[in-house]
Ligand binder design. Structure first.
Ligand code: FES
Length: 106
């Protein structure tokens, strides 16, 4: 298991907001939905749109460029926009004491 500490703490990731973080040469987007943190690739699989500038509707992350939809929990492309392909999601580890966020990149 390879986990990488980020410069972020849990309180930096606001409910429903999208935050980009670079971890081990991967650009990721993080969010907080109902107190749980999710992380997935931030570069859209269609034409490379910046998903951290997209829109979150429930668990659907909508790309700002052509409205491709991904499930933020799994990074899978929505059947509604099957012209985008699946990305990768990552486990988020929060230190209970410090709130520091690490990402498991396996
Ligand atoms: S670049 Fe994301 S849908 Fe086209």
């Amino acid at each position: 298991m390879s986990s990488f500490k980020t410069s972020l703490k849990k309180n930096d990731i606001q409910e429903g907001k999208l935050t980009r973080v670079d971890v081990n040469n991967n650009s990721l987007v993080l969010t907080n939905i109902q107190g749980k943190l999710y992380a997935m690739d931030s570069v859209c699989s269609h034409e490379g749109g910046p998903l951290e500038e997209g829109t979150l509707e429930g668990y659907e992350l909508i790309c700002p460029w052509h409205n491709g939809i991904f499930d933020i929990r799994t990074a899978k492309a929505s059947p509604k926009t099957d012209w985008v392909t699946d990305l990768k999601s990552y486990a988020v580890i929060v230190d209970d004491t410090t709130g520091e966020i690490s990402i498991n990149t396996d």
